[in-house]
Every structure is written in structure tokens, then in C-alpha cells.
Design a protein around this ligand. Structure first.
Ligand code: PAN
Ligand code: ZN
Length: 183
């Protein structure tokens, strides 16, 4: 199928699947549960959206544009749920389109963090869990390209989280240990 992306806005013309993650879909992912419940009761805003063109199957390649809106739950910046690929041995490429963000990557006790910004290409190697975080004041938009058979495993991240979390401090951000994290 022919398709195109607007590299100014990140708008993907012919996406096939749209996933919307509202505050109420993110229970258990942020530290401040009270702040999240309050946000849900006050209109349940969208935290992020994913516009995907899946090409499922071995050897195939899928792609998706993610838009993470700006905001915080308590002190913690809006972010994706984060996942491992169901088939662990599958890598991925992220290409920044607009906004200012971070990608947290984790494999066992190892952790690495890179910037997602316009023009940045981030390589997520096989077997690394990944989550992106909007640390700016505008939408964070990026394109992800991944193997068609990768799949998404949200279970272990939903249960344990990442070793680090990203919180606001003095108008900027800081990366701190996740007090709830356990191996
Ligand atoms: C991305 C992510 C997307 C949303 O396309 O799926 O940013 O994040 P969650 O899937 O963690 O909710 C990707 O990494 N695909 O493999
Ligand atoms: Zn992925």
C-alpha cells in the first residue's frame, strides 16, 4: 500500500490501526496513583496515541507513529506503557519527528537512555524493553519501525516497571530510581 508521512507534523496518511491510551488505561504505570485517579475523574485525558501500519509475520516490517501529549501525573511525565517484544530477539528503530523526549531501554540490570528529538535515530537492540517519555511542553512524535512478528509483551513491565522514572524538577526533568522497582 502506498503511504506517506508529513515530517513536520508526523501525520501518517494511511494508517490501519489507531490505539488511544487514556489516563484510565494507565492504571499501575505511574507512581502517583491518587494524581492519576483525580485526572481520570476530571475528564480522563488521552496520554498518547499510536497510528500503526502492521504487516504481521516473519520477515515483514511494521511501522507506527506515536504521539505522546505533554503533561504529568504528579511529578512524572506522560509516557508509554513500555514493553518487551513478544519474540524477544527483535530490534526496532525509532526516528524522532517533533517534540522532546527520552527513550528508556532496559535489559536485565542494564539500563540505557537516549534522546528522542527531531531527526534522531534510536536503535533499540533485540531483547531490550523500551518506554518513551515526553519531557517537553509540546507533543512528542516519533516513527517506530519494527519486525512484523515482534509482538508486544506488556506483562512484565506492567508488573515491575522500569528501574528508572522521569520526573519534573525546576522546569526540567531528572531521572531517578523507581522506588517501586524490584528485579
Ligand atoms: C512503538 C510503541 C508505541 C506505544 O510503536 O508500541 O510507542 O508504546 P507502547 O506499545 O509501549 O504502549 C513500538 O515500540 N513498537 O514496537
Ligand atoms: Zn517496540
Amino acid at each position: 500500500m502506498k503511504n506517506s508521512i508529513d515530517f513536520q507534523t508526523g501525520l501518517l496518511e494511511n494508517y490501519l490501526e489507531k490505539t488511544v491510551r487514556k489516563a484510565s488505561d494507565m492504571r499501575g504505570f505511574f507512581q502517583d496513583e491518587k494524581a492519576l485517579e483525580e485526572m481520570i475523574s476530571q475528564g480522563d485525558p488521552t496520554i498518547y496515541e499510536v497510528y500503526a501500519v502492521p504487516n504481521n509475520g516473519e520477515g515483514e516490517i511494521s511501522y507506527a507513529v506515536t504521539v505522546i501529549h505533554p503533561g504529568k501525573v504528579g511529578k512524572e511525565f506522560f509516557m508509554t506503557k513500555g514493553h518487551y517484544h513478544e519474540i524477544r530477539n527483535r530490534g526496532e528503530l525509532y526516528i524522532g519527528i517533533r517534540g522532546k523526549g527520552l527513550i528508556l531501554m532496559q535489559k536485565w540490570a542494564e539500563m540505557k537512555i537516549e534522546n528522542i528529538e527531531r531527526g534522531n535515530i534510536v536503535y533499540v537492540p533485540p531483547c531490550w524493553a523500551h518506554r518513551s517519555v515526553n519531557v517537553g511542553s509540546e507533543d512528542l512524535v516519533f516513527l517506530a519501525i519494527y519486525p512484523g512478528d515482534a509482538g508486544h509483551d506488556y506483562g512484565s513491565i506492567a508488573e515491575k516497571g522500569f528501574a528508572k522514572i522521569v520526573v519534573e524538577e525546576d522546569g526540567g526533568y531528572k531521572i531517578i530510581d523507581n522506588p517501586k522497582y524490584h528485579e
